[in-house]
Design a protein around this ligand. Structure first.
Ligand SMILES: [Zn+2]
Length: 380
């Protein structure tokens, strides 16, 4: 059994044989406790000082005779409710890591259990290597989050030079960076911010899947934060099947923010979605199958808050893959925020396409998903 079990920070109310564990704003757990023994063990666990082997004695001191099996059963039930943590869990980290990453650790507490400590989630992040394509609005914001989380290594790829117009939203760059390659300026920012993340700058344009495969050797995940060439998402999709790692992508199209992820061999892939869109295009009314009379001018509406929002959401999806603390929320599903419609959110999952050559060749085969395909206009 694990170290010293401790009750996570919760509020406990009790009266007349009833207990209410107030876990979070909209989640209360009701427990019948006619004997008062549950209240007693929760109070003991809130202290967090006792190893499992001493819980029986602590209960006896409060007038409750309980067996080791009963203690184990209660701990297992409470752990299933997600209200217990290992009070010694952080001890595997040195003082500097515990100090610097204390808010990261406390975030992981939400998903920790007696056998899965917050420190273990942090260690997974600290060991990880990320290939980050793009150091613009999205990519630079994601880089900031990855460095703050303590990701071990980031290979950062971009061809652009810092321009004054970038400074409205790309906060890793200052006036002194104008005229420099984004990747080296971002590398210098990261070095000034934390020695815990090594940023490897690559001043290069991505042209094909082979380039992504080469750059992604050894990476645990790929993040696509660029929008060129036009088929970049299919390029990254193909490369990630070769690399055998998931990828996260996202962006802003007109007024629609979206992000999504793919785990090759486990979820429907980006090529599946392309095939579905091809099928749907055949069902459009004739007027929509004609070339448009007018196409919109390309504009960039990505303000600082907009890129911080989508960068944060994408970074959280990356963290879910790196830690597996919580399942990905955007796997084969567009998570959408409509900026022009009061930030309305929606989710549009897609299914495996029967003619997707990548998923067909994947081993193990991709399981069928529940739900229906939605046509999503955001991104590609
Ligand atoms: Zn597929």
């Amino acid at each position: 059994m694990h170290g010293r079990p401790r009750l996570k920070p919760v509020t406990l109310h009790g009266s007349d044989g009833q207990l209410i564990l107030w876990q979070r704003a909209l989640k209360r757990i009701h427990i019948d406790d006619s004997s008062g023994s549950i209240k007693a063990i929760l109070q003991i666990l809130a202290i967090g000082e006792y190893p499992v082997s001493e819980l029986g004695r602590a209960m006896a001191e409060r007038g409750f005779a309980v067996s080791a099996e009963e203690i184990a059963a209660v701990l297992s039930a409470l752990d299933d409710l997600g209200v217990l943590e290992d009070a010694d869990g952080d001890d595997v980290l040195d003082d500097a890591a515990r100090e610097r990453h204390q808010s990261n650790l406390r975030f992981y507490d939400l998903f920790a259990r007696l056998g899965r400590t917050s420190a273990s989630f942090h260690q997974s992040v600290a060991r990880s290597r990320v290939l980050l394509l793009g150091a613009g609005g999205l990519g630079s914001g994601i880089l900031q989050s990855l460095v703050g989380l303590g990701v071990g290594e980031v290979t950062l790829v971009d061809i652009d030079i810092v321009e004054t117009k970038n400074l409205a939203r790309q906060f890793v760059y200052g006036l002194g960076a104008v005229g420099r390659p984004k990747v080296t300026a971002a590398r210098d920012w990261a070095a000034s911010y934390s020695s815990g993340t090594m940023v490897r700058p690559v001043h290069q344009r991505i042209a094909d899947a082979a380039a992504v495969v080469t750059l992604g050797a050894g990476a645990d995940i790929v993040v696509c934060a660029i929008d060129t060439p036009d088929d970049i998402h299919l390029i990254v999709n193909e490369a990630c099947f070769t690399l055998g790692v998931p990828f996260v992508a996202g962006g802003l199209s007109y007024s629609t923010l979206s992000y999504w992820s793919v785990e090759p061999g486990r979820t429907p892939c980006r090529l599946c979605l392309e095939r579905h869109r091809g099928d749907e295009a055949l069902t459009l009314p004739p007027i929509l199958r004609q070339p448009p009379l007018i196409e919109p001018r390309p504009v960039n509406r990505a303000t600082g808050p907009v890129v911080q929002l989508i960068s944060g959401l994408m970074s959280m999806e990356v963290t879910r893959y790196l830690t597996r603390a919580d399942p990905p929320v955007a796997a084969a599903a567009y998570q959408v925020i409509e900026l022009a419609d009061r930030m309305e959110t929606s989710c549009a999952p897609w299914q495996q396409h029967p003619e997707c050559r990548l998923c067909a060749a994947a081993n193990p085969p991709v399981p069928a998903r529940a739900g229906s395909l939605h046509s999503v206009g955001a991104g590609r």
